[in-house]
Write a protein that binds this ligand. Structure first.
Ligand code: RNT
Ligand code: ZN
Length: 416
């Protein structure tokens, strides 16, 4: 308490109001991905993730059933503060009696009813959704919506349309929009003979999906680009340029995953570039180590820079923040909590910067003072403001790890 009061005064000297920062932080929703708990496997039959993504490690305690995943998620959510959404993949359907009878192109809202009940039970803001166009036998030659065979494309078109219907159901049930993010693994391992035609096919498939007539007030559609994946190193059909032009001309939105660009490209710089043209930008926060390795999000400079761009451009409602990583080498619940808390910490850091002062310095070409102030801000007592945030939200601070450890000993270790 005393430390917070001191920190408050120190920030006030720069014209930064910590009370406003704390209030704003509590209002920024973060969508938590269900797939950290079971290594992106899902419930509908896949043995492991495929399609250029890979979860490495074999730490004990992977959630093997819907019940286990929900129990793990419940603990994870209970250790997080602020507004939360749940991000689901279609492969997490509860098929029940329909198992083996229907395929992904026939999934219905009822197959996701337990997730709606779950979201309501723990008081989530809403549910976001993703067609699962990987880890499935209808991915042929590594291709889905861009495959030369119309039957393959049609299967995935039907799947994506089914997902839009399920998304409308989520929006109706939760009273909040549903972001549907389309990511396809389509690409080639080696030098292509034709780079254009697969893109034309992907464009046309997406057009067919969007023409199904979904409710744009309830469902926001995004497309996620990528530079390469494992086994598809030479060519990705859904590249950055492809999807930015697609989204711009179709009135949908782009999803930026910060593991999906060349290592010297920064999503923090892409966000304001898109904000100049788009009303909404979707975001996957991950941590690429050398490549799109989907490591747990840490409190790093680029994460802080991403959050600064969201906050200082007044875009906390425009940028839809979601987590996207999968680590099987450590306790999966800890992975969830550490990543989510780091996004919270980075947002708080961003909320405590003296933007107006700095903006004037930039415009007046006062770069000397701008640098001096920016560097001074780096060692301000953010931790004390974060502790106050936790305290006000009834979190004792750092004892969350003890809870995870106890759960590991009593529950996770029993999963053989
Ligand atoms: C893959 C994309 C995609 C997936 C999830 C599981 O490279 O980042 O978003 O990680 O949909
Ligand atoms: Zn992603």
């Amino acid at each position: 308490m005393e430390r917070y009061e001191q920190a408050k005064e120190m920030f006030a000297k720069y014209g930064v109001d910590t009370e406003i920062a704390l209030r704003t932080l509590a209002q920024i929703p973060v969508s938590v991905h269900c797939w950290q708990g079971d290594d992106v496997i899902g419930f509908d039959g896949a043995g492991a993730a495929s399609g250029g993504i890979q979860t490495t490690g074999n730490y004990p305690g992977r959630a093997r059933t819907p019940e286990e995943l929900m129990a793990d998620l419940k603990l994870a959510f209970s250790l997080m503060t602020g507004r939360k959404r749940l991000n689901l993949h279609a492969s997490y359907a509860f098929l029940g009696e329909d198992k083996g009878k229907i395929d992904r192109d026939g999934y219905l809202p009822k197959h996701f009813a337990p997730w709606v009940a779950f979201a309501k039970e723990i008081g989530l803001d809403g549910i976001d959704f993703n067609p699962t166009c990987f880890s499935h036998p209808m991915v042929k030659d590594g291709l889905t919506l861009s495959h030369p065979d119309k039957q393959v494309r049609d299967f995935w078109i039907r799947h994506c349309i089914a997902c839009l219907r399920i998304a409308e159901y989520f929006a109706d049930e939760t009273g909040s929009h549903c972001l549907v993010n389309i990511w396809v693994p389509d690409g080639l391992k080696d030098v292509p003979a034709d780079r254009l035609t697969p893109r034309i096919r992907l464009r046309d498939s997406l057009d067919e999906i969007l023409s199904c007539g979904y409710d744009k007030k309830k469902v926001i559609v995004a497309v996620e680009s990528k530079v390469f994946g494992i086994g598809v190193e030479s060519y990705t059909v859904g590249s950055n340029e492809f999807y930015q032009n697609y989204a711009a001309t179709r009135g949908i939105c782009c999803l930026l995953d910060n593991g999906h660009y060349h290592p010297t490209e920064n999503v923090s710089d892409k966000i304001p570039s898109l904000l100049a043209f788009y009303d909404k930008v979707a975001l996957h926060v991950t941590r690429g180590v050398r490549w799109d390795s989907d490591h747990v999000v840490l409190l790093e400079d680029e994460l802080k820079e991403i959050c600064k761009e969201i906050v200082r451009n007044g875009a906390t409602e425009k940028v839809m923040i979601a987590l996207d990583y999968f680590d099987a080498s450590i306790n999966r619940i800890s992975a969830w909590v550490v990543g989510e808390r780091n996004v919270g910490k980075a947002l708080l850091f961003a909320l405590l910067q003296p933007y107006e002062k700095l903006r004037v310095m930039q415009d007046e070409a006062n770069f000397t003072e701008q640098m001096a102030v920016q560097e001074e801000m780096k060692t301000m007592p953010y931790g004390d403001v974060w502790e106050e945030y936790l305290r006000r939200n009834h979190f004792a601070g750092s004892d969350w790890f003890e809870q995870v450890r106890a759960y590991e000993n009593t529950v996770l270790k029993e999963r053989k």
